[in-house]
Write a protein that binds this ligand. Sequence first.
Ligand code: GLA
Length: 388
Amino acid sequence: MKAEERAGEPRRTNLSSAVTAGTGVERGVWAAPGRVNLIGEHTDYCDGFVLPFALPQRTVVTAERLGRPEWSVTSTLTGETVTFDLSEPVTGWAAYVAAVVWALRDAGHDVPGARLHVDSDVPGGAGLSSSAALECAVLSALADLGGLDIPLAHRPKLAQRAENEYVGVPCGIMDQSASTLCREGHALFLDCRTMATEHVPLDLAGQGLAILVIDSRAPHQLADGEYAARRAACERAAALLGLPALRDAALADLSRLDDPLLVRRARHVVTENARVLETIALLREGRLREIGPLMTASHASMRDDFEITVPEVDEAVETALAAGAYGARMTGGGFGGCVLALVEAEKLDAVAEAVHTAFATRGFRPRPPSPPSRPRRPPPILKGRAPS
Ligand code: GLA
């Protein structure tokens, strides 16, 4: 990783130069994208490596400052308005907004009251990080409304803390980092221990390739205990091995674990970290097609060792491969959500059609495949507008 790309030295080119500490803007529009993870699943909370890229789909927050410590948030998706002042716990989708207010305050920031309006085309419940997109867009809005001086590099941890502590989902740092830091045409190589970043070129179209994102429509729910159980197993395995995290484990270490379940969980993390590094080495050399087998091996590891796949995503992967994909894997936390398939651009429709046919045969119901994904820069954190 290049020293200048360390997260401690953030670029702030997206931020309004008009916003300086203590003098926020009155109102504005901010946005943050969803993500897919190319490879590196359930490695983030093991201090490991991930490689997400931003989606074109994003959450947009229109906000204006209020003169009192109260937040009122309306969602286009639900039509609801929720008003809170943090004296009572907030639940449901608005909890993600309240969580950001809470985390900013808890970090010592003087968060301005605000009226916010949320709209989004990031599909919810599909493992595409709709929660992080909401958190990150709200965080940017409140930071600029309040003139809070929060470097971009510090924002993912704040948003993660909001989700961990307030919402109660023990997620890692990947999604909030992707939503905040990804750049157009690149995947984000993130070392989740040091938070060092490298923007790795991912020119799919330039090589005649595309990534098909298939929403399996199988329910995906991080808060249901399975995610937390995987995280706890990884932490237990590391503790038994006497290591700070599974990032520090080698395959040979795993023979020191007695519990076969912990061996499987740890083996997924150790091999997945290695696959991320191999993927990056190939991407740096422009050998995009060759990452396919690593994607497929990642899926097998999630299926057999980490045990987080479901029949719908396994079917989508197998069908995509049989239809000519170079590689395919589930992306995100697991138990449903989306599958990525790396395909020749000209085969995209044929692979999508094959998955539809296979799902119809099995009685599964996928959502229509999304348009081919190209890595996209998170939409600029749009300038807050001065009062007119
Ligand atoms: C979810 C979490 C992330 C990460 C992935 C699995 O998306 O929010 O932190 O753990 O699952 O890689």
